[in-house]
Design a protein around this ligand. Structure first.
Ligand code: PEP
Ligand code: MN
Length: 353
């Protein structure tokens, strides 16, 4: 079995957030083994918890349960999260087939380096989740460290980012980050973890579908035989029947299909519109620079809050009349305005770029 082989996309990794007992785990795997698309079982043995005193996983005894259950299911691979070289050593001792580096670890270069030193010489497949903060360099840095340690089967897992506005999700999907990751690493399998993005079982299928629409290669989905009784992440886990339905209903686009003429024509229109937007932005920047000299000559501040508030208010009203989303237009104009402030500040301070 080739881990992360994505020619029959999507590669499905499913299983409980945490292994809670021998029985809960055996029940999970028995049910998941009935879903032919499930290639790998995920199961948390050590759980990173925000609060002390919460359930932190069963540790080594759970590895023993995995080893026992594995014997009954030779066609499945089993993966767990490792955060320290000790976790890795124990996982190897009990014959774990793959590991993942979680979001709290992948953002810490010290921890990733330690894990990667321990990975030297192993052939273990590794999945690297995105760090909690949306810094793509932290994510690609962790991936590069794993690749440099000689591991060839590596996959990235997008699990969303913890931001001040999570758009109703537990973690904001911020799709532009995994899209950029795919651009930088086109051959690296890219999976989505819709469970940790959603935080609620009812959103999981929608997020999984978006990932398929964006050409992701696989999904990691938390499943529990009785989600309401789960000791961790109870709200977001699906039961096996819900997972089976989710998989059956996924619409999988075919990236090899030919592109119809109609689409090519629309893409030409997009290219033209984007070119216009860029020229408008360049024109706007030159006006900002002229404004900077007038403000300087008249000893006026760069930021005049009432003018900015009035401008934003009128743009938002116009945007609403045009049927554009307020949040989208606000974000764009906040970016445009901060670039204008930066240019004016540079002009005033004689900074050349
Ligand atoms: C998990 O997969 O159970 C987990 C803890 O995920 P993350 O590291 O993405 O929070
Ligand atoms: Mn979880």
């Amino acid at each position: 079995m080739q881990p992360f082989a994505t020619h029959t996309a999507p590669y499905i990794v499913a299983g409980p957030c945490s292994i809670e007992s021998r029985l809960q785990f055996a029940e999970s795997v028995d049910a998941l083994s009935q879903i032919p698309q499930v290639a790998m079982i995920r199961c948390g043995v050590w759980k990173p918890r925000t609060q002390p005193g919460s359930f932190e996983g069963r540790g080594e005894e759970a590895l023993q349960w995995i080893q026992d259950v594995k014997k009954q299911h030779p066609n499945l691979l089993f993966a767990t999260e490792v955060a320290t070289p000790q976790h890795l050593e124990l996982s190897l001792k009990y014959g774990i087939d793959a590991v993942w580096i979680g979001a709290r670890t992948s953002g810490n270069p010290f921890s990733v380096s330690e894990l990667c030193s321990a990975l030297q010489g192993c052939r273990l497949p590794v999945m690297v989740k995105n760090p909690l903060i949306p810094d793509i360099k932290l994510w690609t840095g962790a991936i590069d460290r794993v690749l440099n340690s000689g591991i060839s089967a590596v996959a990235a897992v997008h699990r969303g980012f913890y931001l001040d506005n999570n758009l109703g999700y537990r973690n904001n999907p911020l799709w532009k980050i995994p899209i950029e990751l795919k651009r930088q690493h086109p051959d690296l399998p890219l999976f989505c973890d819709p469970s940790h993005i959603s935080g609620q079982a009812r959103l999981v299928a929608k997020v999984a579908q978006t990932a398929m629409d964006l050409n992701f290669d696989g999904l990691m989905i938390e499943t529990h035989p009785h989600p309401q009784q789960a000791l961790t992440d109870a709200d977001q886990q699906l039961n096996p029947a819900q997972l089976s339905r989710l998989i059956a209903n996924l619409r999988i686009p075919d990236k090899n299909n030919t592109i119809p003429n109609e689409l090519q024509l629309l893409r030409q229109q997009i290219d033209i519109i984007d070119g216009e937007l860029l020229r408008h932005l360049a024109d706007r920047n030159s006006v900002s620079q002229k404004i900077a000299s007038i403000k300087q000559a008249n000893n006026l501040p760069i930021l005049q809050l009432d003018r900015w508030e009035q401008l934003l208010g009128s743009h938002l009203a116009e945007a609403a009349a045009l049927g554009l989303s307020e949040d989208f237009v606000r974000r764009i104009f906040e970016e445009i305005h901060s670039e204008s402030v930066r240019l004016q500040d540079d002009a005033l301070n004689g900074v050349k770029r």
